[in-house]
Every structure is written in structure tokens, then in C-alpha cells.
Write a protein that binds this ligand. Sequence first.
Ligand code: DGL
Length: 286
Amino acid sequence: MAIGVFDSGVGGLSIHRALVNRMPEADFIYLGDQKHAPYGERSGEEIVDLTRKGCETLFDAGASIVVLACNTASAVALRRLQSTWLADYRKTIGRPVNILGIIVPTIEAATGLPWEHEAERRGAKIENVDVLGIFCTTATARSRVYEIEIDKRRQDLAVFTEPCIGLAGMIEAGESEEKLRAVVESRVQALKTRIGRYPDRAILGCTHYEIIGNLFKAALPEGTPLIHQPSSVADALEEYLTRHPEYQVGAASARRFLTTGEPGPQSKTVEAFWSAPVIFQSATNT
Ligand code: DGL
């Protein structure tokens, strides 16, 4: 058995790296649905359907837990799959399996509060709000999950999401740093215009953006704190697995990298992030 890590493409590698560093003995299977990437401009139904298929591929390959290392899938598909498909699927597969998302641990890190916490409603936000900027895909922004869930918990935090249309696709395609930088700078400036100033803190709310995190850091005012989604997810998964020993995750440090798209090495940008070439195998030959 293994930990499955799912994303539309290479973005989930940013989460995968943190999980492997935290649990080096566990076995991991990574799946990038590159045939259908990017997900960010797709409809909700398509995202639900593709995410379900990705989970099935990972469970078939031996995963017991699948981490949706994708904000778009976590925002749009997770709850739907958990409340509909998963219960029946568990009966057919006949062993404990589960799917976890990455937004809950990120919101816990952003608010500094446990998920169960609900702020007393005061009608209006208190003065001196802290402004949190979230860069994400169109589908994640449309879901409004970050605004809704953070607003429930913190009265003193205002959330502004900025969809970065096309950026995940450009990272997936291995576009040049120059082109990526131009898009990142334009999104940071667009967010600044909307807020009227730069955000006090930010979240790279699409796992692809972590791969070019240095470009976001450079485009934001120096020292702007970034809430680090990969380490928040690693903390949450480690704690979850301690509470749920029924999910076996192996102990042979096995690593497999699968794609529904073209197998082979990933872009130079990914290689630089990973500090080594990353070679994907075809998911259909598993
Ligand atoms: N990396 C994903 C996310 O975190 C998906 C990006 C995409 O496929 O558009 O949202």
C-alpha cells in the first residue's frame, strides 16, 4: 500500500516533495492527469469526473490514501466525491481507502485556528483588517472556498483571491521564465489595484505556482509572508495517519511517477524545482 498524490499535472510535485521529506519511509505513487491539464478553466462536472478517475487509477495502483495535491480538485471535487462515489467504491474495492484535500490544512495555517473554530459573528469586519491575497485558478476562485471558510473563522482577516488565468498551463508547458514572470507580475499588480495596496500575506493557492514561488516572492514586496501550503499539508497528513493506522502506506521508500499524458522527462522549470530530472511513466501501463 502507498500514499497516492494526485494533480492535474506537475503542480502536485510541490506537495509531494514536502510529504516525502516528512515521511521518507512511506511508499508514494504520484499521478499527474496531464492529458486533461490544466483543470483551472474546466467546468465543475469535468473536474469532479476527472478527479474521480485519477483517484481510481491511484487506488488500483495500490494507494490507500489519495491526497488531492490540487486546490482546484480539492475545492470543486473533494466534498462531492466523499459524499457520493467514495462509499460505494469502498465496498467494491474491499479495503480502507480515503481521499484528502489540501485546503483545510492551508486555511488552518492561514487563520492559526483549528477547522472546528467558528468566530462569533459581529455583523461587520472589525477595523484594522489583515489582508490575505490568494493566487489561484479560475475554478478555485469561482468556488470562493477560501473567502467563505476564512470568513467563518476570522473577523480580522480579509481575503482577496486573484485568478491567474493560463498560468498553470504555461508552467505545465515549460514556458520560459521571462513569460512566466510577466504573468506573475501582472497578477500581483492586478491584486494590488483591487485591494488598493499590497496584501499583508499571501497563499499560492494553486500547487503549480509553488514551483515558481521565487517569481511570486520577487513580484510581491520584499518579506511578504507566504503561507506554505506544502508543509501545512505534510503536518496534516502525518497527524491524520497517526490517528488512522487502518490506512497502510508501506515502508520501502518506493517512488512511482505516473502520467495520463506523454511519458518522459518534465520541463527544466520542474527539474530546477526538484533539483533533479523528473521522469513520468505512462499510467496506462500500470
Ligand atoms: N495545480 C492545480 C491547483 O492547485 C491545478 C492547476 C490547473 O490544472 O489548472 O489548482
